[in-house]
Design a protein around this ligand. Structure first.
Ligand SMILES: [Zn+2]
Ligand SMILES: [Zn+2]
Ligand SMILES: [Zn+2]
Ligand SMILES: [Zn+2]
Ligand SMILES: [Zn+2]
Ligand SMILES: [Zn+2]
Ligand SMILES: [Zn+2]
Ligand SMILES: [Zn+2]
Length: 751
């Protein structure tokens, strides 16, 4: 039964608050009250039209009581969606609700909604008129009905909007790129409840570049024919299609500009040997390492000086970039060594490596140097324990000392026999650095060698690479985070910020499974809960538990399901009627005999029978009738029934009356009968339905569960068949549904 609610409200004269984004509106508190009562009316009408489902109230898996009046009143449709119509122009827009906090009689609309309704943006209706004075109170304007002193009158009505399955968006700006999709999806999810055809979405870029909002036209939605779709709790497929060929070309051209042709493609790398490649300035070559010995350090080296190494793991989204990395090397010296106990590497499944050549234009944007040739590199990843490397060094030392000496000028190891010759040359041409770095360089090039005044770094400038300025730029230049304005003293500080606390760091949300910014940790809960701020709010969304149908917050679902599992496993075997041919679960424990009420029926008598004499006699009579006359039912397979014995395959011989009398006597002793469930079984004929269920339950108990283990005891299978039999269409359907039921509620033999 659909919710029927509408209200005529004035557009609030105040500017919409910043938080009112997307297609959201604010309604007054009284709207909530009238919506709730409208929902209660709708629900009670629905309840009246619907019969209470038949279920076993004693059974633990009874469905939640939906006709609880309190719950009913609180149940507003989720999400609530509205159509807002301007009573002036007749234009309409679709909206979702942010909260019920508007002033009485007023509605606050987001700028997006104002634009859709052709209302002035971001300012009050009265002040936007500029020169015209504010209408006085009591001033009887002709248009008072629609354009009163309180602003435009709008009709707001609750409407059910179909859940969207598909939306086609067309970018209205050039330069659209594929990696836009997650940002777009995230923006829609956060800010919109509905999407209406022919509206224009303006999505801000993550980096907050002003005036650079990306505009998309909502070109088509599905289900087809819908004017608007609801995009909350749906699996919306978003398709982004360039507007026309011209624009597609422009997009492509822009992308191509950023991609230099002469770079290696990177890819997967192993520990088995180094990889060769080339890389051009301002470009990045990416590698990933998937398997390594987790007890040893990983050493990543590229001997080529101009090549920077940036390393991160799959705990971060994407590959490392200039400002986002966990380990990096910019000075072309030592390899990066990641110890095995580093927290970041312990949980990682993949090590990601980006190689880049620092773009000289980043340092001096006016430099008009021609693009240098692509740089060759040799990337090698090795794993050596400390001992290994010690041994190597010792061996190298040993080899060196055997027949060579160290030059006192350049400190290089020189063969003894040529030392004189070398030093002759060395003292004339080579200079050892005066700052004590141990470097030797040609006389005349000493000005290219530099020592940083702020740290211990030193280096050598070459015609291609201004290493001093690169060092200053990387190590001693303050930078701002483009996403959140955080200011960092150096690149490594910025990288640490961007990979840890930055609100715009992308994460893969475990609840909505989208790549989204983690958001700001305002309450400092991330460290305690292990959830990013986005996940904390995203996990606050609710869904219906597939077992009990109760509404559960996503973040509590794991615990909730664990509870179900504990509850499930702690169940006792269901009790089945003591009649071996019967499959009814006993709901009547009053009578000691252990039969279901149907099987017990014929044995019941209202006579006073304190010694159960009469009960035993009736049981005996029933047994004898079965054995001597038979029940005559074509489906009967009861081994204690003449008909059943004939029907069985292979059939059993008829029991002569004398033997039958003896046999039955032992089955109907008072003790045996009253021994109940734990005593010997009883054998009474049953109707066709029960007979079929028995067969299905036996089949189920013989098969294993879907994971090939244990399977379920006959008692559980019997209960499963009984639980699903009424809603199943045929035998195959019964088996399938019973199996589903068992997976949800049953306890396996090996659990
Ligand atoms: Zn020397
Ligand atoms: Zn030096
Ligand atoms: Zn320095
Ligand atoms: Zn930031
Ligand atoms: Zn999420
Ligand atoms: Zn549940
Ligand atoms: Zn029974
Ligand atoms: Zn029978």
């Amino acid at each position: 039964m659909a919710l029927v609610w509408s209200s005529a409200l004035h557009l609030s004269p105040s500017t919409p608050p910043q938080t009112l984004t997307g297609d959201k509106l604010l309604l007054p508190q009284t709207a909530l009250e009238s919506l709730l009562s409208a929902a209660a009316t709708a629900a009670s009408q629905a309840a009246a039209n619907q019969q209470t489902p038949a279920y076993d109230p004693a059974s633990w898996d009874a469905p939640p009581r939906r006709n609880d009046s309190h719950q009913q009143q609180q149940q507003l449709p989720h999400p609530l969606t509205f159509r807002v119509t301007s009573l002036v122009t007749g234009r309409a827009a679709y909206a979702g609700i942010r909260e019920f906090s508007a002033d009485e009689g007023q509605v606050v609309l987001s700028n997006f909604l104002r634009e859709s309704l052709a209302l002035p943006i971001g300012t009050s209706t009265s002040s936007s008129n500029g020169s015209s004075p504010k209408p006085q109170e009591g001033d009887q304007d002709e248009d008072d009905v629609v354009e009163g002193p309180n602003g435009t009158r709008l009709k707001v009505e609750a409407v059910a909007i179909p859940k969207g399955t598909f939306a086609r968006l067309r970018p209205l700006d050039a330069g659209y790129e594929e990696d836009w999709k997650p940002i777009l999806e995230n923006h829609l999810q956060k800010n919109f409840t509905t999407l209406a055809v022919n509206n224009i979405l303006a999505i801000p870029r993550l980096s907050h570049q002003p005036g650079k909002d990306f505009k998309f036209l909502i070109d088509q939605v599905k289900p087809e024919g819908a004017e608007a779709i609801c995009i909350v709790d749906t699996d919306l497929e978003v398709d982004i299609e360039p507007l026309n060929e011209e624009q597609a070309k422009e997009s492509l051209r822009q992308r191509e500009l950023r991609r230099h042709a002469e770079s290696s493609s990177g890819g997967q790398i192993n520990l088995d040997g180094p990889k060769e490649g080339t890389i051009s300035d301002g470009n990045i070559v990416r590698f990933n390492l998937r398997s390594w010995d987790r007890s040893k350090p990983i050493s990543i080296s590229v001997p080529e000086e101009p090549v920077d190494i940036l390393v991160s793991t799959d705990t971060m989204q994407g590959y490392p970039k200039l400002e986002e990395w966990t380990w990096a090397r910019f000075d072309g010296s030592n390899p990066i060594v990641i110890p095995p106990d580093d927290l970041s590497i312990k949980t990682a499944k993949e090590v990601r490596i980006s190689l880049q050549v620092y773009e000289q234009t980043l340092i001096d944007s006016n430099s008009k140097k021609p693009m240098p040739h692509p740089t060759k590199f040799l990337l090698s990843i090795t794993q050596k324990t400390d001992q290994d490397s010690d041994e190597d060094e010792e061996m190298a030392d040993a080899a060196a000392t055997a027949d060579s000496e160290t030059c006192s000028n350049c400190k290089r190891s020189i063969p003894k026999r040529s030392m004189m010759l070398h030093q002759n040359f060395c003292f004339r041409n080579n200079i050892l650095c005066r700052h004590g770095c141990g470097q030797v360089f040609k006389r005349g090039t000493e000005l290219d060698h530099w020592h940083c005044t702020e740290c211990k770094a030193f280096g050598l400038n070459t015609p291609e690479h201004d290493t001093y300025n690169k060092h200053m730029d990387i190590a001693h230049t303050a930078r701002r985070c483009a996403s959140c304005d955080y200011s960092a003293g150096s690149l490594s500080e910025l990288a640490a910020h961007k990979t840890t606390t930055c609100a715009h760091k992308l994460i893969l949300c475990r609840f909505c499974h989208l790549v989204v910014p983690q958001e700001e940790d305002t309450n400092f809960t991330a460290a305690i809960t292990g959830l990013s701020p986005h996940e904390t709010s995203c996990g606050g969304r609710t869904t219906n538990c597939h077992i009990c149908e109760r509404i559960v917050q996503l973040k509590n679902m794991e615990v909730h399901l664990k509870n179900h599992d504990l509850q499930r496993k702690s169940q006792l075997l269901p009790k089945i009627c003591r009649n071996v041919n019967c499959t009814r679960t006993r709901t009547n424990d009053n009578q000691q005999i252990g039969l279901c009420s149907v099987c017990f029926g014929p044995l019941y008598s209202s006579q006073y029978d304190p010694t159960n004499q009469a009960l035993a006699r009736r049981a005996e009579l029933r047994y004898l009738t079965q054995l001597l006359k038979g029940c005559g039912k074509p489906w009967c397979l009861n081994e204690m029934c003449k008909t059943g014995r004939v029907n069985r395959k292979p059939s059993l011989p008829v029991i002569p009356s004398k033997e039958a009398t003896v046999l039955v006597k032992s089955l109907v002793t008072k003790e045996g009968l009253l021994g109940g469930y734990t005593s010997h079984p009883l054998h009474f004929c049953v109707d066709e339905t029960i007979s079929k269920r028995k067969h299905l339950a036996e089949m189920l108990s013989l098969t294993e569960d879907s994971r090939g283990s244990g399977g379920w005891a006959i008692e559980w299978c019997t209960k499963a068949v009984e639980s699903v039999a009424l809603e199943a269409t045929d035998e195959l359907d019964t088996v399938n549904k019973a199996r589903e039921w068992l997976e949800k509620f049953g306890v396996k033999r090996d659990e």
